[in-house]
Design a protein around this ligand. Structure first.
Ligand code: NAP
Length: 277
């Protein structure tokens, strides 16, 4: 079984980013908005800052107290959203309960919405208009496949998970590449059998090592989006990676797979946002 490492694809994205960066009058700047100290958010932010800086980009973190009121948060958000020096905005979510995420989605400037949360960008992803921003993770899966030389045209792709962050936008991106897409979720009947029919299987379920050997057809390409912590406290994906040996043709590991590609796509989106400003 081939192991598809994220680092290889990140380097491909970096090459493209460097060529798109040349000719820009100033260094693009990302504003990361974090409320509170959730370990997931802190760790994602750390990875994103490191990756963006390695691409020669600027990052400014805006950290607010967990208990910030909705009014105060809106004021801060509007200030960042309107700042002409800010090219892209990444809001770490979920936000605490007192804050209105829906308002954030509606308010973020679609041209700065580098992680594709605004209804404008979501509509573009669904309609196949490539001028918008898709959620970085969904696009990272596409990079993982295409960067490894896989043509998607006519392929049977099964996506397990239908969230608006990963499963749904990813399914649309695969569809626009002319794959034949099946979207699965918690009510799907006989999930292992549906998954076994996939030439390309993408797991975005959020359940540690749920997708085992019996979900994978001979020669399938398996992309694992999941980021989970197992009972021993170790980071793992949605796929039981070790069980795929001798069954899948290729699979992505966790850690070391899609996660790092996601932040590379974020960097590419930021450069594009700055070019369009
Ligand atoms: P989510 O919002 O919890 O969605 C999970 C999806 O999986 C839902 O559609 C749910 O179905 C489905 N599901 C749950 N249990 C299932 C089961 N037993 N059988 C079939 N389907 C099942 O999660 P998410 O935000 O999409 O994230 C998914 C995973 O990706 C998580 O591990 C997350 O940490 C990871 N992630 C990774 C990155 C990255 O950069 N690599 C970025 C974002 C997220 P229903 O709709 O029916 O409930």
């Amino acid at each position: 079984m081939e192991i598809w490492k994220g680092g290889v694809i990140s380097n491909q994205i970096k090459e493209q980013a460097e060529s798109e960066l040349s000719g820009l009058a100033r260094v693009p700047r990302l504003a990361i908005i974090r409320v509170g100290e959730r370990p997931d958010d802190v760790s994602y932010e750390r990875g994103a800052v490191k990756k963006l800086q390695s691409f020669g980009l600027e990052v400014e973190s805006h950290v607010f107290e967990e208990g910030i009121s909705d009014g105060a948060f809106r004021e801060e958000f509007c200030r960042i959203n309107a700042d002409p020096q800010t090219d892209g905005i990444l809001v770490l979510r979920p936000l605490p309960k007192q804050l209105d995420e829906h308002w954030v989605e509606e308010t973020i400037d679609p041209r700065k919405d580098v992680d594709g949360i605004s209804p404008v960008n979501i509509a573009k992803v669904f309609s196949g208009d490539r001028t918008g921003f898709a959620p970085c993770t969904a696009e990272a899966v596409l990079w993982m496949l295409k960067g490894n030389g896989i043509s998607l045209e006519g392929k049977r792709a099964v996506v397990v998970g239908r969230s608006m962050v990963v499963g749904r936008p990813l399914s649309m991106l695969l569809l626009h590449e002319n794959a034949t897409v099946t979207i699965c979720h918690s009510r799907t009947k006989d999930l292992p059998a549906v998954c076994r029919g996939a030439e390309i299987l993408v797991a975005c379920v959020g359940k540690a090592r749920m997708i085992g050997r019996d979900y994978v057809g001979e020669g399938a390409l398996v992309v694992d989006v999941g980021i989970n912590v197992d009972q021993e406290g170790r980071l793992c994906g949605d796929v039981d990676f070790a069980s795929l040996e001798g069954r899948a043709a290729a699979a992505t590991p966790v850690p070391g797979g899609v996660g790092g590609v996601t932040t590379a796509v974020l960097a590419l989106h930021l450069i594009r946002a700055a070019r369009q400003a």
